[in-house]
Design a protein around this ligand. Structure first.
Ligand SMILES: Cc1ncc(COP(=O)(O)O)c(C=O)c1O
Length: 369
């Protein structure tokens, strides 16, 4: 892990990058954040415009129980409103779940979303990192997740940054094993909307040790509204909810998220389009010598050839091509030289591949010099 990085610690930080390189943010094409290029669903814009006409969404307090939103989530995720807790993003939910469960020692499968460790540490949880092997495509091996005498494990399906999806049987094995050992499973399904049939949400009533986290941000293209939810056993859902500050979600954000989730044709189209675009992008990356790990979501992770440092490559892509990729040099458990890119529209993906090809050859030439 590179600690002297100048790259922002998250993708999508265009303002900071624009300032750093003195380039207008509007001229940068962002492949660093994994947000669907097709979002938000059209109804989201309509509902926000309409709510501004009557003003009641602004002049009244939001519903304390977020009932409408939880009902819509329940329909979307095929569960019950009583199993759902909502908050303004994944991090506040994870933090509240950790405090509610009084987790002391958590196994963290890495490489992983950077805020996992930050959140665990902020709450005072001891982190036991467990590196999943890139040579085995980052697949989880159930038996190894229970080393280190932890009372919780934090995993993701699909994973970020690799985009790798784990099959349902392996995950079931993990949850089952954890249940017998009285270990909590904190499962982040932030990108499962791309393959919803592999979600574990249907198991939460049978396995009270399981909490599934999801975000209504990337797939629906509305990260600015900050809406996430956790699905777990009803009694735990009520306890987590009681530990959250009141009104975590604004009325406008709740309306936007509910409208986005209700648009099933949008979800179908997004899945189909993403699959086609991702397959084409994988092929075009291979053609220029970049081999992505097998991914199921809307982003791809690949190692750079010839020991090219990711951050140098990231900088060259910005300054020469106005394209922001995700330098993965700050991911714990991942060797440097890894870059992650989002799957965007076909034209944008083609522009990306051309820029990557040119960038590879220019960086190679001055590394040789
Ligand atoms: C794997 C993963 N989980 C959760 C999140 C957080 O999503 P949000 O804060 O929008 O709820 C992210 C954001 O990048 C992520 O990559």
């Amino acid at each position: 892990m590179n600690n002297s990085s100048i790259a922002p610690r998250h993708g999508g930080q265009l303002e900071a990058i624009a300032t750093m390189f003195d380039i207008p943010a509007t001229e940068l094409l962002d492949f660093s954040a994994n947000i669907s290029p097709d979002g938000p669903p059209a109804g989201v814009i309509d509902v926000i415009r309409h709510s501004l006409e009557d003003l009641s969404a602004i002049r009244s307090y939001p519903d304390l129980e977020s009932l409408e939103l939880r009902r819509e989530i329940a329909k979307y995720a095929e569960t019950s409103a009583g199993n759902i807790v909502v908050a303004n993003g994944f991090v506040p939910l994870l933090e509240t779940a950790l405090r509610t469960l009084t987790v002391k020692r958590c196994l963290l499968a890495i490489p992983a979303f950077i805020e996992y460790r930050n959140t665990l540490e902020r709450v005072g949880v001891e982190v036991v990192p467990h590196t999943v092997d890139a040579r085995r495509d980052f697949r989880y091996e159930p038996a190894m997740l229970f080393e280190g005498a932890c009372d919780a494990i934090l995993i993701a399906n699909p994973q970020n940054p690799s985009g790798v999806i784990q099959d349902a049987d392996t995950l079931l094995d993990i949850v089952h094993n954890a249940s017998q050992r009285k270990v909590r499973v904190l499962l982040d399904e932030a990108f499962i909307d791309y393959i919803p049939s592999l979600s574990l949400i249907t198991l939460v009533e049978d396995f009270p040790n399981l909490i599934v986290f999801r975000s209504v941000t990337k797939f629906h293209g509305i990260p600015g509204f900050r809406v996430a939810y956790a699905v777990t056993h009803q009694s735990l859902a009520a306890a987590i909810s009681a530990n959250l500050p009141p009104w975590p979600i604004t009325t406008l954000a709740a309306m936007a998220a509910a409208t986005a989730l209700a648009d099933r044709p949008y979800a179908e189209r997004t899945r189909e389009e993403n699959q086609l675009r991702r397959t084409a992008l994988v092929k075009n990356l291979e053609a220029i010598g970049l081999c992505a790990y097998p991914a199921a979501a809307n982003f791809l992770l690949f190692p750079l050839p010839d020991q090219i440092p990711a951050e140098q490559f990231w900088e060259e892509m910005i300054t020469k091509h106005m394209i922001v990729v995700r330098s993965c040099s700050n991911y714990e458990g991942l060797v440097d030289q890894h870059v992650r890119v989002a799957v965007r529209t076909r034209t944008e993906n083609e522009r990306l591949v051309l820029a990557l090809q040119q960038c590879l050859s220019s960086v190679r030439s001055y590394l040789k010099a």
